[in-house]
Design a protein around this ligand. Structure first.
Ligand SMILES: [Zn+2]
Length: 347
């Protein structure tokens, strides 16, 4: 009976899948469409999942929910670049990457979510303690006031690397995502996942608390790439709960502990420019300047209509210029005969 009930969903699902235009998932094609678009939580919450169905693609499954909704999900186990979840994989060390952030390129891009990946804001609130130096100590993440016992949801799909009690972090969960990014959830009162578990955005990984070096219940949230922490506010607007970028363009200086998110939109435009965009902007600027010069020159042009008795030296004197300049401007010689009624450019 259950199978029969599900049939319409299956059919609708495949119909929708079949009708979808072939998407070109290259970074360039999507950058302009989605690169800077804000993303609300895309994880489905409050409904129980009923069944999972295969599609023609082993890396994509259809998940059916008991409220009649469905969505396509990426099967991370099948689609993940295997090296992301194997290399530098350590279930104890907070930073298993044995390299300095200086080894990272000056700028690079990471896909944070695409049409199949989901996002869930870990907790929508005002950041209490920001990224950067605090009382002479480096603070590698943001502190989000979090009532003790409140479920903590994972931000993106991924695999749990650490679920352990780790010094100052107290109960810590670290999740690695398919793009290489890692998210840290510290001071939990309880951990609900184990190392090696696969998680989807919105899954509950623990409960908020105040374990470790903490003076009150809050979630310590970090974002790291190859071990290097950057201000999570570059990625998530905690006030509104939105993801700032689907395609996240990272500059090496984000990893500098003194650099935190700046909310100046114009600055951001500068920051997020690529080399190609810089080149186009420079070309446009040069074109604008050339046009302005031509316009100014046109506005400054002046003509004299030749009357009977006019001479080049007389005209030059009248317009405070020289005979030579008049010849240059009009492509004539000093010996050229001036014709009455003809216009002569004088400036
Ligand atoms: Zn903290």
């Amino acid at each position: 009976m259950k199978k029969l009930l599900l049939l319409p969903f299956i059919f609708c699902g495949f119909l929708a899948f079949a009708q979808e235009p072939a998407e070109d998932h290259t970074a360039d094609s999507l950058r302009h469409a989605f690169g800077r678009q804000q993303v609300q939580n895309t994880a489905i919450r409050g409904s129980q999942y009923a069944d999972t169905l295969d599609t023609g693609n082993p890396a994509v499954k259809v998940v059916l929910y008991d409220n009649g909704t469905y969505r396509y999900v990426k099967d991370l186990k099948a689609s993940a670049d295997s090296t992301i979840f194997t290399e530098f994989w350590d279930t104890r060390a907070v930073n298993p990457y044995k390299e300095s952030p200086d080894a990272l390129p000056d700028r690079f891009s990471l896909w944070i979510v695409d049409s199949l990946d989901t996002y869930c804001c870990p907790y929508q609130t005002t950041v209490r303690s920001k990224f950067g130096y605090r009382h002479g100590r480096r603070h590698q993440g943001v502190d989000l006031p979090y009532p003790k016992g409140t479920p903590v949801q994972v931000a993106f799909d991924g695999k749990v690397r650490i679920s352990d009690y780790v010094g100052g972090y107290g109960n810590l969960v670290v999740v690695r995502h398919a793009n290489g990014l890692e998210t840290f959830y510290g001071h939990l009162s309880e951990r609900k996942v184990s190392s090696g578990d696969w998680v989807s955005a919105g899954d509950i990984i623990g409960l908020g608390g105040s374990t470790g070096r903490s003076t009150g219940p809050h979630l310590h949230f970090e974002t790291r790439y190859r071990g290097a922490a950057f201000d999570p506010s570059w990625l998530i607007d905690f006030e509104t709960g939105t993801l700032r970028h689907r395609l996240f363009k990272i500059r090496s200086w984000y990893f500098n502990p003194n650099q935190r998110y700046v909310q100046d939109v114009d600055d951001e435009d500068e920051i997020f420019r690529t080399d190609e965009e810089d080149r186009i902007a420079a070309e446009e600027q040069a074109k604008k300047e050339a046009e302005a010069r031509a316009k100014a020159e046109a506005a400054a042009m002046k003509y004299h209509t030749i009357r009977s008795g006019d001479t080049l030296s007389g005209i030059a004197k009248k317009y405070h210029t020289t005979v030579r300049r008049l010849c240059e401007l009009n492509g004539i010689k000093e010996s050229t005969v001036l014709r009455v009624g003809k216009r002569l450019r004088v400036k």
